[in-house]
Design a protein around this ligand. Structure first.
Ligand SMILES: Cc1ncc(COP(=O)(O)O)c(C=O)c1O
Length: 435
């Protein structure tokens, strides 16, 4: 019997878990194995990351082999071939023009890294006043100080008062129940991007703004799909005012929308992309930032001898993470997994929207292989209904994630229609039992 006392679990109601642990002891392909032997279908690629499915052979083999060959080498003034190989592979997948890759160990680190890069980039070019960042309400950019500050999920900010960076502001979110039950991108709402130019830039002055950061489709804020034309508008405004546009693709990257990155799906190219999760299919922590060539070149040409960017993590480009990434990228390519969201698009969309008219459901949203249903909150107990759905589904062998009173779906790209049927069928069954 495991002693549950000493582990302070992240983002978890600790006593509640410890009273009735959902303990996972194994995983394969689409399923977890629980301590009591039961199988649970993974309907959220665990935390939006296991895009290739669990314990896939190429990934496991790559990690095992690497562990015996080179356990660790630092990327501070020494190097090892795998980090260069992964950077090349990621650059090949990235939108045209974004071709230099900096490694971190997580999405949160990627976001704080990209913020430091943006400020330093402007400074090198003589625009040192550009230090402010514009995020978006309901955005999620991880939990480090920078990422938390540009994020817009209130519960993630509430307790941290003065730790939040002062030089940030937020665009309005794009969620609007007037557009409820839209399939894919809503046809209206692109004008929400105009707020950047009409309200935020005049307030702070464009010359003080380093970058705008958004998730192309926001995930952890409740799966919010951007209105048609919205991202292009942000691109145009940023270009016009010399502001960098950052797409946080920690969830959208590596095939979630049927392209390597959401940028390619939407046909909108940012200046910098943050990634993590899917790059190793969750197997070993790895994240990073992809930047346009001229951003990299600007740093390389910066005056002075020595280090061009005083930033990096001990484990940036860790050999095991890089081996895992190569195994993962091979798996994606060999199994053509980035095509799966296109092949499954209709079934997934039908599944998500089958909840229209179900008890408590006030919205259904989807794009690629990511979606959510939104439930009416209970009076005075926001989030309780969503959590009840999660727990009851788990008991019936399906993992879906509650985000407040949203229930999110984001299955591994290897999923089949039968898995979707089981996932949506179980949620439908559970909704009929939830008060
Ligand atoms: C868009 C986005 N950015 C950043 C992060 C933070 O990543 P991590 O949890 O790896 O630090 C997440 C995590 O869900 C995310 O969804």
């Amino acid at each position: 019997m495991v002693n549950l006392e000493h582990y302070w679990m992240p983002y978890t109601d600790n006593p509640r878990f410890k009273a009735a642990p959902k303990m996972i002891v194994g995983a394969k392909d689409m399923h977890y194995t629980l301590a009591d032997g039961r199988q649970v279908l993974d309907g959220l690629a665990t935390l939006w990351c296991v895009n290739a499915g669990h314990c896939r052979p190429k990934i496991v083999e790559a990690i095992q082999k690497q562990a015996g060959q080179l356990d660790f080498a630092s990327s501070f003034s020494t190097g090892h071939p795998l980090a260069f190989a992964v950077a090349e592979r990621v650059a090949e997948l990235a939108p045209e023009g974004l071709d230099h890759v900096f490694f971190t160990n997580s999405g949160s680190e990627a976001v704080d890294t990209v913020m430091k890069m943006a400020v330093a980039f402007h400074r090198i070019r003589g625009e040192g006043a550009r230090t402010r960042f514009i995020g978006r309400e309901k955005g999620y950019h991880g939990v480090n100080i920078g990422g938390m500050s540009v994020s817009g999920v209130p519960v993630n900010r509430k307790a941290y008062g003065g730790l939040l960076l002062g030089g940030t502001d937020h665009l309005r979110h794009t969620h609007d129940l007037a557009r409820a039950f839209t399939r894919g991108c809503p046809a209206t709402g692109a004008e929400l991007a105009d707020e950047l130019e009409q309200r935020i830039l005049p307030l702070h002055d464009a010359s003080n703004i380093a970058a705008v950061i958004v998730e192309p489709v926001s995930g952890a804020g409740g799966v919010l799909v951007p209105p048609q034309g919205y991202l292009q508008k942000l691109r145009d405004i940023c270009t016009k005012h010399g502001i960098l546009l950052i797409f946080d693709e920690v969830i959208c990257g590596f095939g979630r929308l049927g392209k390597p990155f959401a940028s390619q799906y939407f046909g909108v190219t940012p200046d910098m992309i943050t990634f993590a999760k899917g790059v190793t299919s969750g197997s070993v922590p790895l994240g990073g930032v992809i930047v346009k060539k001229d951003i990299y070149e600007t740093f390389m040409k910066s005056a002075g001898a020595g280090v061009q960017f005083f930033h990096g993590y001990t484990y940036s480009g860790h050999p095991l993470a890089c081996a895992a990434a190569l195994g993962t990228l091979d798996t994606y390519a060999e199994e053509k997994l980035f095509d799966r969201p296109i092949e499954l698009a209709k079934a997934f969309e039908e599944g998500v929207h089958s909840f229209k008219g179900s008890p408590h459901v006030i919205d259904c949203r989807n794009l690629g292989l990511i979606g959510a249903i939104e439930l009416t909150p209970r009076l005075g107990a926001a989030g309780a209904r969503g959590f009840e759905v999660f727990e009851k589904c788990w008991d019936k062998g399906v993992f879906v994630r509650p985000i407040g009173d949203n229930v999110a779906f984001c299955p591994p790209l290897i999923c089949e229609k039968t898995h979707l049927d089981q996932m949506f069928g179980t949620v439908a069954e559970v909704l009929r039992t939830v008060s």
